[in-house]
Ligand binder design. Structure first.
Ligand SMILES: CSCCC(=O)C(=O)O
Ligand SMILES: [Fe+2]
Length: 187
């Protein structure tokens, strides 16, 4: 089962609505891979004994993890947190999230700087590369339980757009947005 992603419309309605374009324009996983996004579908139950998850954590060095539950009434400063998550930003490190329950939208900027909305649900594990502009919102179900992973001591600092001179942004642009330059040798 693949994750669903689509290009967003420019509508001003509630951020928790899907915001499909008309007609709908889905974005395949291969296109997400091109902008540096990694994706796995794993069993969301009994995560402690999930071999596949443990293997990914081992291979990628994700030794830190915690759980984050988002829904009205359960979280301190809920509105403020949600507003901050929905502000376009980057990080100096990968953003790694494994959805255990519920659902939500990760919006990321595609190659042409348009928004791609990625709908994650229980079992979806996603890695956003350092330096990619993104944001997050709950959908109309208003509930998500996420595992957050990190390499070493976690740093959650968000740098709001614009960040064109941030080192992580520069590396990201070089790695995923610029066309590779071919050196031509004079003969
Ligand atoms: C709720 S997890 C995703 C939100 C986000 O982009 C972040 O935590 O930096
Ligand atoms: Fe983020």
């Amino acid at each position: 089962m693949a994750v669903k992603a689509w290009l967003m419309d420019d509508g001003e309605e509630d951020q928790r609505l899907p915001h499909h374009r008309v007609p709908v324009e889905y974005v395949p996983l291969s296109q997400l891979a091109e902008i540096g996004i990694l994706y796995w579908h794993l069993d969301p139950k009994d995560y402690e004994n999930n071999e596949q998850l443990n293997e990914i954590r081992e291979n990628r060095g994700y030794n830190y993890m915690d759980l984050l539950e988002l829904c009205p009434g359960k979280v301190e400063n809920y509105e403020e947190k949600l507003n901050n998550f929905f502000r376009e930003h980057i990080h100096a490190d990968e953003e790694i999230r494994f959805c255990l329950e519920g659902s939500g939208y990760f919006d990321v900027r595609g190659k042409d700087d348009h928004w791609i909305r990625i709908w994650i649900k229980a079992g979806d594990m996603i890695v956003l590369p350092a330096g990619i502009y993104h944001r997050f919102t709950l959908d109309t179900s208003n509930y998500v339980k996420l595992m957050r992973l990190f390499i070493g001591e976690p740093v959650w600092t968000a740098y709001n757009r614009p960040q064109e001179d941030h080192p992580a942004r520069r590396v990201y642009i070089k790695s995923f947005l610029e066309k590779p330059r071919i050196a031509l040798k004079a003969v």
